[in-house]
Each structure stands twice: as structure tokens, then as C-alpha cells.
Design a protein around this ligand. Structure first.
Ligand SMILES: [Zn+2]
Length: 355
């Protein structure tokens, strides 16, 4: 299933704009909906020289070939250095998707460990914008995520939008549009994406070989790309963690911390603790819902266990623990000592069942 099908209404809206394309479009919505994929599909469809009747790119014409290889001369992708690095680490699966790697010609910068889009990135567009389009069609500049632009970069982009170059579309993608300069926002036509139809999203996930699509979709609040990402990042410690949570008052705090620490330390790359705390938060939300005799939202596969654990739980204590988790969430970004962090977490969790 193409992302255009998953977000059919939004795709139609984009197609309607094609005949009178605005200078700038802002695609917004919560994380993990597939906004970037939709924006890329739209960019490809604008550059394609032989698009399908539903507006999607053909994937075969010379323009599509370049786009898929990431070197279409009329396309630029602005994104923070950290995201580009992440893509490279993903094993350089070049054919995967055209993500405009030719936008990466500037040398490494050190803006806050590469989390920002800086003014150099926007200035680098000058040369791109000053020559005619290569294919006599149009140019697309995709900014993702737009809120990663620092103030200088945002102002430079605003300037470009005040005197918009012809045949050029600025396509901004944002998880947090309210963090953008209001003047920048107001220059854009806006399209807010919502969570896709659940049945469609499940079908989409099944096509991506995600077993247990319903569970992951629930855990991701209905956002399909987030569901995929969560499931990919899940193995193998998630099962262990959930097993310990299910033990409630029987949990052996110290040995649980030892076991989980070993598994967490085997994880390459990103610090897994914030993810762990987030899963715990969702677990507590489900426990609270169950204690109030309401349907749970996230851990559908563990429903019976959650019902069981929620018996006689006092909502007030659950709420107190949830607040403690907010604090732990902050600490989890830079834990001084993983073992202590886990012990503290499990100790507080167990207290819910023995107090
Ligand atoms: Zn094409």
C-alpha cells in the first residue's frame, strides 16, 4: 500500500493544489503518521514526467529514477545532520527511497550535535534557486522537520518566501507547527494530517510484515510509522521488561534490575531508557484505566494480566507513580548509573502493589 492510499483524503487535497500550486505548503501532524513519506511522494509526483492517474509518481521515468537514487537536480531535502547520519547508519540501503542525499554536500557542522537545521543549510539553497530548473518543470525543497530550523535559518527561509522564486515549492513537514515562526506559518498553505483509518493502517502494517499490528498500532496511538519504528526498536528487551511489569508485587527488584541492565546494555545506538520509561507510562495509563473499569488503550495483548494487576489498585497511587515517571523520564536521558536507575524504577513500581 502506498502512503498516498493510507492518507487518501490528504493526498487528494495535495493533488487539488497541483493546478495552482502555492509557494509553500506546511504538512503537520503528530509524530509517526507518515508525513515525511507523504511529502516525499508528493515531491516525486511533482517532478515525475509520467505520473499515474491518481497523481502518484510512475517510478520509472528518468526524473523518478533520479529521485529514487536521491540525486534529482531539482530537489533538495533540508534536515538536521543527526537525521542524515542516522540514515547512513541504517546500512546505506541506497535504493530504499530517494531522500535527496545530494542535499548533503556541505561539510559536517556542529550545531548542537547536529539536531538543528542551520542558516548555512538555507543559504546553500541560493545557488540552487538562482539557476533555472534542470528539467524545465519545477523545483521542490523539502524541510524536515521544519521546527528543527534555528531562528536564523527560519528567518532566512522566511526571506526566501517573501520573494518566492518561480516554479518552486517549499514543502515543510512539522510535528510541532506551533514552534514555527508565526510569520513563516502564515506564508504556508497548511495541511494537517490525522491518524489514518485503523483498518487501513493495520493493512499497511501487515504489508510491512508486522505481526501483531493491532497491538503496535494501539501502542503508537494510531500512528502507523511510529508503530513500525516502535516494533523495530522493540527487540529483545521489551519482552523482558513487560514480563517484570506483569509480576507486580512478586517482582524481585534487584535481580530484575540486573537482568534488564544486561539486555539494555546490549542495545546498540540510542539510549534505550527513555523508551523504557515511555512504555512504563503507557502501562500505568492502562492500569489506571482498568482500575477505573474503563477499556485499556495500549497493551491489548496483556489485557488479562492488566485487569488482574489493577484489582484493588488505588488510582491515587497510580497517579503518584505516573508523576514520578515524568521525573524519571527526564533523568532517563542522562542516567548516572543504569543499574541504580532500574532499581529505583522497579522499587517504586513494586510499591504500587504492596502498599
Ligand atoms: Zn516518473
Amino acid at each position: 500500500m502506498k502512503v498516498a492510499e493510507l492518507h487518501a483524503a490528504s493526498w487528494q487535497r495535495l493533488q487539488d493544489w497541483k493546478s495552482r500550486l502555492p509557494h509553500a505548503l506546511l504538512l503537520s501532524g503528530v509524530k509517526g503518521l507518515g508525513k515525511l513519506d507523504l511529502a516525499l511522494a508528493f515531491a516525486a509526483s511533482l517532478l515525475c514526467e509520467d505520473a499515474h492517474s491518481d497523481g502518484t509518481a510512475c517510478g520509472a521515468c528518468p526524473a523518478c529514477q533520479w529521485f529514487l537514487k536521491g540525486n534529482h537536480p531539482d530537489f533538495r531535502l533540508l534536515q538536521p545532520e543527526a537525521l542524515r547520519r542516522e540514515e547512513k547508519e541504517e546500512g546505506d540501503e541506497e535504493e530504499k527511497k530517494g531522500r535527496g542525499r545530494n542535499a548533503d554536500k556541505q561539510e559536517e557542522k556542529s550545531n548542537r550535535s547536529g539536531q538543528e537545521i542551520g542558516i548555512e543549510d538555507v543559504r546553500a539553497l541560493d545557488a540552487f534557486l538562482s539557476v533555472g530548473t534542470h528539467r524545465q518543470k519545477m523545483r521542490v525543497i523539502l524541510v524536515h522537520p521544519a521546527e528543527a530550523m534555528n531562528r536564523h535559518a527560519a528567518n532566512a527561509l522566511l526571506k526566501a518566501l517573501e520573494e518566492p522564486p518561480s516554479d518552486t515549492l517549499f514543502l515543510l513537514v512539522s510535528n510541532e507547527p506551533m514552534r514555527l515562526l508565526p510569520t513563516l506559518r502564515s506564508r504556508c498553505q497548511q495541511l494537517a494530517l490525522s491518524t489514518p483509518d485503523a483498518a487501513l493502517a493495520e493493512k499497511f502494517l501487515l504489508e510491512h510484515h508486522l505481526s501483531d499490528a493491532v497491538t503496535w498500532l494501539a501502542l503508537a496511538g494510531g500512528a502507523p510509522m511510529l508503530a513500525l519504528r516502535l516494533s523495530e526498536n522493540a527487540a529483545p528487551w521489551r519482552e523482558t521488561f513487560l514480563k517484570f511489569l506483569q509480576q507486580g508485587g512478586q517482582l524481585e527488584v534487584l535481580s530484575a534490575a540486573v537482568t534488564l541492565e544486561k539486555e539494555l546494555k546490549a542495545v546498540k545506538g540510542e539510549n534505550p531508557l527513555p523508551q523504557m520509561v515511555e512504555w512504563a507510562q503507557k502501562w500505568i495509563i492502562d492500569l489506571t484505566l482498568a482500575a477505573e473499569r474503563l477499556p485499556i488503550r495500549f497493551y491489548l495483548a496483556q489485557r488479562a494480566k492488566i485487569m488482574n494487576l489493577s484489582e484493588n489498585r488505588r488510582p491515587l497511587l497510580l497517579l503518584r507513580f505516573y508523576r514520578e515517571l515524568l521525573q524519571l523520564r527526564r533523568e532517563s536521558a542522562h542516567p548516572l548509573n543504569m543499574r541504580l536507575f532500574l532499581e529505583q524504577f522497579f522499587f517504586r513500581y513494586r510499591r504500587l502493589f504492596v502498599e
